[in-house]
Design a protein around this ligand. Structure first.
Ligand code: DGY
Length: 330
């Protein structure tokens, strides 16, 4: 290996199936080491070995960057950890603050894809599309009847957002043309963008009481973990539809199962759950009033390419000491 080669920055890449569009940017400029198992995410003990001698780590939201990993990364001179996700709940940010490690993430590029998937999940759930499909596949569809497979319409409905950031706002813009009567949102503060959309800032409990659709789009943090308790589900309308495309741990899942089984709420559409992957014998799987998708919010080919490119660019900029295109500032 030439001296020049060995002077190239060293990057650990946590999977071998990241889109080539981004990885090639790194291959051109860095020495990369790719974790070569597609079957499992790199376990913490292996990550602790792999980060030794690296300048940068390229990870997903499934790679847990706990305090131990952060401290080891700090000691070993890792300059940047770039996650191909907008969520940062897998990274111990408090521990990061005590190091000089920069964090790169992928906001904006996934907003539209994730908002689209959330709308798809909402319609699939409210109009019972999966349940309807199953009745045809199983031969149970016998005839048209006045009440067969009736669901809830978006037209004239009240839609409440728990968290109203980029993704929530994009979903709202897509739902308003359906003729919704009101958009509500709760969160840490009233937002100018909310005012522009004619959305009403409201406290969490009132939002749950008033909404026909409750959509979770807030990040998972110590403040939002487990906020959907049994008590909160019981505040919701019996006809309410609950949609989560944020993180499973925002919800106390046992309480959600109880609420769905006992018709405390009408239905749920979930792109995120606990654990992921959800075992097929989990109670949520057998509920007719629950539609599940396997964490595919940002899963369009274009979006995943853009996320990968942005992650690579975050790494290259940090290594060059330049402004990162998407640094999470702590
Ligand atoms: C995100 O970007 O946070 C998605 O959930 C994928 O991890």
């Amino acid at each position: 290996r030439s001296l020049k080669m060995s002077n190239r920055p060293k990057v650990f890449i946590s999977r071998s199936d990241y889109p080539e569009a981004g990885i090639k940017l790194l291959r051109d400029r860095c020495e990369i080491e790719v974790y070569n198992s597609l079957e499992k995410d790199v376990p913490t003990n292996e990550l602790l070995n792999k980060l030794v001698g690296k300048d940068a780590l390229f990870i997903t939201s499934k790679n847990k960057i706990n305090k131990e990993v952060v401290e080891a990364a700090g000691k070993n001179g890792v300059k940047v950890i770039a996650t191909m996700s907008v969520g940062l709940d897998h990274i111990d940010l408090e521990a990061i603050k005590r190091t000089s490690i920069k964090i790169g993430y992928t906001p904006d590029v996934l907003t539209e894809a994730t908002a689209e998937l959330t709308v798809a999940l909402l319609l699939a759930t409210s109009r019972r599309i999966v349940e309807g499909h199953k009745t045809i596949v199983s031969g149970e569809w016998k005839m048209w009847t006045p009440t067969f497979m009736c669901g809830q319409g978006l037209y004239k409905s009240i839609v409440g957002f728990v968290g109203f950031g980029r993704i929530g706002q994009s979903i709202a813009k897509k739902l308003i043309p359906f003729g919704t009567s009101k958009i509500l949102y709760s969160g840490p503060r009233r937002k100018h963008e909310g005012d522009q959309l004619g959305a009403e800032f409201i406290d969490f409990d009132s939002l749950l009481q008033q909404s026909d659709f409750v959509i979770v789009t807030c990040p998972l943090t110590s403040e939002t973990e487990g906020i959907f308790t049994a008590e909160k589900f019981s505040l919701m309308k019996r006809s309410a539809i609950f949609i989560n495309s944020a993180r499973g741990a925002i919800v106390d899942q046992e309480s959600l199962v109880h609420a769905l089984k006992n018709k405390i709420i009408a239905a749920a559409g979930l792109d995120v759950m606990t654990p992921e992957p959800l075992p097929k014998d989990h109670p949520l799987v057998s509920l007719d009033n629950c539609v599940l998708t396997p964490h595919i919010g940002s899963a369009t080919l274009e979006t995943r390419d853009e996320m990968c490119i942005l992650t690579a660019k975050n790494i290259l900029a940090a290594l060059d000491g330049e402004k990162m295109p998407a640094e999470y500032i702590l």
